[in-house]
Design a protein around this ligand. Structure first.
Ligand code: SAH
Length: 204
């Protein structure tokens, strides 16, 4: 509850996002040794050199993705420990999430199964190709930083849909790309700090 109050004070205004975040036990997504820090507003290590995004980032990206109201199909690139995925599962009808590190995804699969979240579909692949067979998505969220969105992914966005992602190289900013009938509109927002988007998959 203190985490939710802090997020509200930090400017998160979407009460639905706040209530969903209040209902997902964040400590179950990180190692026991770090569990006491689960509700602090920090990114924490989750193995394989990756990090679980801070509560503020998860809340901010979720409210940006939801800006047009409820979501039908969402694609997440960079499943990691699955915390953002679990939040999205309550904000969208179906969530598809892609992770390139096989062993990390295996652990996340078990964790999400234990939590009995049924509307999540996990895939071990290079996420930058998206999931053309399931598209169009009304929301796409990327949890690793990249310099640009490949065309293959832009094409998988529904008209009226949006992509939320960290953009940059050294200096990174949250970025929202909206698709309308005329084309794509990009908005650059606050500065952030993410691990890089990498290509290819890691099997074991
Ligand atoms: N939302 C996650 C963030 C994990 S960090 C969490 O809070 O746990 C970013 C994740 O993106 C890492 O797990 C990394 O392996 C993954 N990633 C990086 N490049 C990727 C790509 N091209 N395709 C799929 N996943 C990728």
């Amino acid at each position: 509850m203190r985490m939710i109050e802090r997020l509200r004070n930090q400017g998160i205004g979407d009460e639905i996002v706040l209530s969903v975040m209040g209902s997902v036990p964040r400590h179950l997504f990180i190692e026991e040794a770090l569990a006491s820090r689960a509700y602090e507003d920090v990114a924490l290590p989750i193995n394989y050199g990756q990090t679980i995004s801070s509560p503020w980032i998860v809340a901010r990206m979720s409210e940006l993705l939801r800006a047009n109201g409820s979501l039908d199909k969402v694609l997440e690139i960079g499943t990691g420990c699955g915390y953002q995925t679990a939040i999205l599962a309550q904000l969208a009808r179906q969530v598809y999430s892609i992770e390139r590190i096989g062993p990390l995804l295996t652990r996340t699969r078990i964790r999400l199964h234990k939590l009995q979240i049924r509307n999540i579909h996990l895939k071990h692949a290079d996420g930058l190709r998206g999931l053309p067979e399931v598209s169009p998505f009304d929301g796409i969220i990327m949890t690793a930083v990249t310099t640009h969105i490949p065309n293959a992914l832009l094409e998988q966005l529904a008209i009226g849909g949006r992509i939320v992602f960290p953009k940059g190289v050294q200096k990174q900013n949250l970025c929202v790309i909206e698709r309308n009938v005329q084309g794509y509109i990009e908005n650059v927002l606050e500065e952030v700090n993410f691990v890089p988007m990498l290509s290819g998959v890691i099997k074991s």
